[in-house]
Design a binder for this molecule. Structure first.
Ligand code: SAM
Ligand code: ZN
Ligand code: ZN
Ligand code: ZN
Ligand code: ZN
Ligand code: ZN
Ligand code: ZN
Length: 945
């Protein structure tokens, strides 16, 4: 996971032969996680930090277990643990846990889905290890190296991570003089002390904040507060280019005394996607003068967006030129022309107005404090004293700055704005939406008679933002200080009214959602408290999404956009998809809006272009922070599976429907028929074109054997020989002959890492067939490794090399049927029920099928392929665990097979069918890059044959 060699961190931990203290063997555990008795994830924070075995572990009240795989023998491990320690003196930092039987176990790398829980501790230990060796290193270079070391993680490490573990750092410094040489560390601890009250409030809080990190932290500077009141809570992000969020309903705004956008809960639920009025009508305010102007580039745009990826602010060319080139008339004029001409610009909000330098998010004092009302920003270190973090009635100091509300930024109101003491903000009259009444006419003309309920209630500017009725905003104060204990000390007492947890929940809606989501996912229990509001409900329902609904919507979507990919269609489908899929509701809703994607891409393009034109790295970074790039990769990774059909259009197909070519099927038949006896039933559980059975029938007849046939598939084949349109998962034992007369095959959809193939096989095994003939990828769980194991009669690795498959209904640019082959061809396996093994082995020997046998035994699939597939994930693989999609897709365990079967719906569509086909690393004719092909695992029907 941690790859950078410069940081001496090739892998986390390394094998150690024996312990220094006790002399006992220390096993190394990898793919690990910790859980409690309820199988919920637990962080290391809930264990005692021990520096030697003689220290006393305290009674935790909760049992913590280590799960994972031993580094050497690849055995599963499940051990109760009581404490942990870290070691900084080796070349690599090392973390060990103490088992109940008092052995130290060294941890190697966490399981992917546990990363978010353990990440900040790993960052802290690595950070200490690095500082110990490089006490003089500059802050920027430290975090740069840390970033490289954690490049395999989804989240870039930062100071905030280590600030979560000040007491841990303090313990380390106490015991290791070398660490005291780092001034940066000492300073940081000093700073962190004040934060500690919050950060280490309690373990549960900690675990939750780690959970948040997985999805919530990476907001990369996007607004996490409502644009009306600048508070957190349940905020609804606009999909458009403004990149803002709002309290959408009065209820959502109530805690923050925000007038909100005034929608009803029902309206919010009904939004396929929310676009604010400014984005919808392409009328944005200039952030400098506040006036509305058209931002419609297709007609005559008056205001233009700042190019910085996470900004979303618009300016008149005049206004921004005056700000960027003050005083110098010719330059100003030049600039104005450029902006008016559409040339990308970076607005003043990304440069410190004092020192004129840019923002460095990961360096505390170089983070920016940005004014919410005008384009003025200061570095933390350059922030004028008048902009105070605290409120002091006696000295007449107003609070104008809040920490912790924006991601890596400080929220301020600069001294140009008069504070409204009732509101705790300047007057909230800063937003102007287009006059909808006028617009509505022209829009309904264009868009037809679609009822625009929404607009009726929306924004009469003066009433919406009148502040007369707004009471003194105690909560707001409280919420704003909650992440900033420095000011907490002097904050007025109402903060005590709320428990910290409550405050936390309403602090930031996206984090809230993430928190609730994570809780659901990780703990698989619903936490109702504090989430009765519309957005949360939306999310909750989406977690219980119905497979049929999801799949149907995806299917119709794909049909819609199957012609050729074009951007508009993509956007349309993205929207439709957003409104219905569970994944979207959680992952996308929170973080990924169309505006953000478009904005990020534009920023990347501009940054690249500028670099080509010879600008400095710094300048490029201002336009597009590397974090943005990182985020784009994460987004891409997350949605790749869904995008494949859109991106590859007709060149991509459906439901794992890579069919076996006839000549290959003939080869299978030529081998298999020897094992079939008179009166047997040959069953193809997903027959595709239904050629296999036909070929089998004629071969068997030729050999004088009379057999029965059964063929199933979700789709009607051209020939209907003994065909039944059925979901294999719905077939019952009563419908089939006894296992001793049953032969089942052949080529199931594979699924990610073979998970669909496993499902098909699990189902087949419930009928105890005497033979199973399978074309499946090697990652598929072997049948001799399952309960009631089958014996391998033979395996042919060679049969499907080359172009052995084709994609029905898919054509290339020349309308030629697409062929498809696998970089690693799936073998053909013949598995026998143990009662029949000796007979089948004899037949195999007689016909020379065994020659590959020795080959077979030498192979250890656990070593060869991604052995994650063989782990017991039953505890993790809970229904609705959408994030696991992005994890190593957990494979079936025999124990969960039944449960999985139960998730198939009446139309016979398997949930997992969405993620098919990549197990065999399929490559398309037009040669997609390997990993892309591997990830392209959405299997949907593009054309019914
Ligand atoms: C990899 S193709 C193989 C087709 C055929 N056996 C061959 O080798 O040419 C997998 C087939 O499984 C079908 N399928 C997918 N899910 C299914 C299910 N739940 N029940 C039955 N068939 C299914 C697909 O329609 C597809 O035709
Ligand atoms: Zn608000
Ligand atoms: Zn907007
Ligand atoms: Zn202006
Ligand atoms: Zn900007
Ligand atoms: Zn500055
Ligand atoms: Zn200002």
């Amino acid at each position: 996971m941690l790859e950078d060699k410069n940081v001496e961190s090739k892998s986390f931990g390394h094998l150690m032969a024996s312990s220094d203290e006790e002399g006992e063997i220390i096993p190394v555990v990898t793919s690990y996680w910790f859980e409690n008795e309820k199988e919920d994830f637990v962080s290391l924070c809930s264990l005692t930090l021990l520096f030697s075995i003689s220290e006393i572990e305290c009674d935790l009240g909760e049992k913590v277990f280590l799960r994972g795989t031993t580094g050497d023998s690849l055995q599963k491990i499940y051990k109760q643990i009581t404490g942990w320690k870290f070691e900084l003196t080796y070349e690599q930092p090392e973390i060990s846990v103490l088992s109940k039987d008092r052995n130290w176990i060294t941890l190697q790398r966490p399981r992917k889905c546990f990363e978010s829980i353990i990440r900040t501790i790993l960052v802290t230990v690595y950070f200490l290890h690095f500082l110990r060796r490089n006490p003089e290193e500059s802050q920027i270079s430290i975090w740069d190296k840390m970033k490289k070391a954690f490049s395999a993680f989804d989240i870039i490490p930062s100071e905030n991570d280590v600030l979560n573990h000040v007491s841990l750092m303090r313990e380390a410094v106490k015991r290791d003089k070398d660490l005291t040489k780092s001034k940066y560390l000492l300073d940081l601890m000093e700073k962190g002390c004040s934060n500690e009250d919050f950060h280490e409030y309690n373990d549960e809080e900690n675990v939750q904040s780690y959970e948040l990190n997985l999805v919530g932290e990476q907001n990369i500077g996007y607004d996490t507060v409502c644009s009306i009141c600048d508070n957190g809570g349940e905020i609804l992000p606009c999909e458009g280019s403004c990149l803002r969020s709002f309290h959408a309903t009065k209820e959502a705004g109530i805690d923050a005394f925000c007038e909100s956008l005034g929608y009803t809960t029902a309206q919010v639920k009904a939004f396929p996607n929310f676009y604010c009025q400014n984005c919808k009508y392409k009328q944005h305010q200039c952030f400098a003068c506040g006036k509305l102007g058209s931002s419609d580039v297709s007609s005559k745009a008056e205001v233009f967006p700042c190019v910085t990826a996470n900004c979303g602010l618009y300016y008149h060319p005049d206004c921004v030129a005056r700000l960027l080139c003050p005083g110098i008339d010719t330059e100003q004029d030049e600039m104005r022309k450029k902006v008016a001409f559409g040339k990308a610009f970076v607005c003043p909000l990304h440069t410190c107005s004092l020192c004129k330098k840019g923002e460095v998010k990961n360096v505390h004092h170089l983070q920016l404090a940005i004014c919410r009302r005008c384009p003025k920003a200061y570095h933390r270190k350059c922030l004028p004293k008048e902009i105070s973090f605290t409120l002091d009635y006696d000295k007449g100091i107003e609070q104008r700055a809040w920490d912790g509300l924006l991601d890596h930024r400080i929220l301020i109101y600069c001294t140009d704005h008069e504070m409204d003491s009732k509101l705790g903000t300047p007057a909230r009259d800063h937003l102007v939406f287009p006059d909808i009444k006028v617009k509505r006419k022209s829009v309904s003309f264009r868009e037809g008679d679609v009822a625009k309920d929404v607009e009726k209630i929306c924004c009469k500017k003066d009433t919406l933002f009148s502040s007369a009725s707004v009471k003194f905003d105690w909560y707001r104060k409280y919420l704003k200080v909650k992440n900033m204990p420095v000011s907490n000390h002097s904050s007025p007492s109402p903060s005590k009214k709320l428990p910290l947890k409550g405050a936390n929940l309403s602090c930031n809606s996206r984090l809230c959602e993430a928190k609730s989501l994570q809780k659901n996912l990780v703990c698989a229990r619903t936490d109702k408290t504090g989430f009765e509001k519309p957005l949360a409900n939306k999310i909750r329902t989406s977690l219980d999404f119905d497979n049929a609904e999801m799949e149907n919507s995806v299917l119709s979507l794909v049909k819609e956009s199957m012609s050729t990919f074009n951007e508009q269609e993509f956007i349309k489908s993205h929207q439709a998809f957003c409104s219905t899929s569970g994944l979207t509701e959680t992952e996308f809703h929170k973080n990924l809006t169309q505006g953000k994607v478009e904005g990020s891409i534009k920023a990347v393009q501009t940054a690249l272009q500028r670099l080509e034109e010879g600008c400095s790295i710094e300048e490029a970074k201002t336009i597009c922070d590397p974090v943005v790039l990182h985020q784009l990769f994460i987004w891409q990774k997350q949605i790749k599976v869904y995008l494949a059909p859109f991106l590859h259009g007709m060149r991509y197909t459906s439901f794992g429907r890579h069919f076996t070519k006839i000549d290959k099927l003939k080869e299978v038949v030529n081998r298999l028929h020897w094992y079939v006896q008179n009166g047997d039933t040959v069953l193809d559980f997903c027959c595709g074109s239904n050629d296999f059975s036909c070929l089998m029938k004629s071969k068997l007849e030729q050999m004088g054997k009379s057999c029965s046939f059964k063929n199933y598939d979700l789709f009607q084949p051209k020939n209907d020989f003994n065909f039944e349109k059925r979901d294999w998962m719905s077939v019952n034992a009563e419908e089939l002959p006894h296992g001793s007369k049953l032969i089942i095959g052949l080529n199931p959809p594979f699924g990610v890492k073979g998970c669909l193939a496993n499902k098909f096989i699990n189902k087949a095994l419930t009928f105890n067939p005497k033979l199973l003939i399978l074309i499946v990828p090697k990652v598929t769980k072997r049948l001799d490794k399952r309960k009631g194991g089958y014996d391998l009669i033979w395996e042919s690795d060679e049969m499907f090399t080359g172009k052995s498959f084709y994609l029905p209904g898919s054509v290339d640019v020349r309308d030629k049927q697409l062929e498809d082959w696998n970089l690693k061809p799936p073998p053909l396996y013949l598995w026998s029920h143990p009662d029949w093994t000796s007979l089948h082995r004899k037949i195999a020997q007689e016909h020379g099928h065994m020659k590959e046998e020795y080959d077979v035994h030498v192979k250890n699939y656990l070593m060869e392929e991604n052995h994650d597939c063989y782990q017991d994930y039953s505890g993790l693989h809970k229904h609705g665990d959408v994030l696991s999609i992005f994890d190593d897709i957990p494979c079936d365990d025999d124990d969960v097979a039944d449960e999985e079967v139960a998730t198939c719906n009446a139309q016979g569509q398997v949930k997992g069918t969405l993620f098919s086909d990549c197990g065999g690393a399929m490559e398309l004719e037009n040669r997609l890059p390997f990993d892309e092909a591997e990830e392209m695992c959405i299997d949907m029907e593009l054309s019914t044959p």
